[in-house]
Design a protein around this ligand. Structure first.
Ligand SMILES: [Zn+2]
Length: 249
């Protein structure tokens, strides 16, 4: 089980309000998360301080704000930028690196190479799908199976999917990934579909509904289940209960 990034505590908060950041992460540990994800060196350090010896801290590398395919950045520049970001994160001693929320496999491959050149840690790559007829493509139109095979060829230690898909769509994505690899698979679904309520974005799935679908993710081949948008500590509490019941590790 992995935590979900709380938007209000996962961006500038590690620097501006470390106590609030750690309190948010503590809620996920209490809920049953065994893996904490942090998007910065500061976040990794704060997670390191609170994670139990059996727990795991992943330093997360998210997408660049610039798009390769639009030539907003060159491959060499992106590689350098990733190496700098990963270098800072590695100094904070994470247990592993997770490249996450990437929508272009070419960017993912460059991040993976940068991680390989920056550290000896295990490196996972989680892509954002949710496009295409079956919602199993990236916004770039890259299909989940071909992306997975490419990441395996490039030496990823784990593959995954996060964001852009709820549990229902993620089941198919995980199944397709499983057909393409025997590597560990991580899945971080959103809490249902995104809806606009009074100008506020909400995710509609209750913790119980979210968790009740977890066995289908396990059956499809998921090894690590976490959460993305709209997933609260209560969702993780329910998820932990259901996953334990269905006998998954
Ligand atoms: Zn999301």
């Amino acid at each position: 089980m992995a935590d979900s990034p709380l938007p209000e505590t996962d961006d500038r908060t590690p620097i501006e309000n470390p106590a609030l950041y750690q309190a948010g992460k503590q809620l996920f540990l209490k809920a049953g998360s065994q893996i904490l994800r942090a998007w910065s060196a500061e976040g990794v350090k704060l997670c390191r301080d609170i994670v139990p010896a059996t727990g795991f801290v992943c330093g997360v590398v998210g997408p660049s704000a610039k798009i390769l395919a639009m030539q907003e950045i060159t491959a060499d520049e992106l590689l350098d930028e990733c190496k700098q970001r990963i270098g800072r994160i590695v100094e904070a001693r994470p247990d592993a690196i997770l490249i996450q929320s990437i929508t272009d496999v070419e960017e993912a491959v460059l991040c993976l190479r940068a991680a390989r050149e920056s550290c000896k840690l295990k490196v996972g790559v989680s892509m954002t799908y949710g496009s295409g007829v079956e919602q199993a493509e990236t916004v770039m139109g890259q299909g989940c199976e071909e992306v997975t095979r490419r990441l395996v060829d490039e030496g990823a230690d784990l593959v995954g999917c996060d964001c852009g898909a709820a549990v229902d769509e993620s089941v198919l994505i995980v199944r397709l990934m499983r057909q393409a690899t025997q590597l560990p698979i991580a899945v971080f679904p959103d809490a249902g579909q995104r809806e606009l309520h009074d100008d506020k974005i909400v995710y509609v799935e209750t913790p119980q509904d979210f968790a009740s679908k977890a066995p289908s993710l396990v059956a499809a081949g998921a090894d690590i289940i976490g959460g993305c948008c709209g997933v609260s500590p209560d969702h993780i509490t329910c998820l932990a209960g259901v996953v334990r019941e269905c006998g998954a590790p």
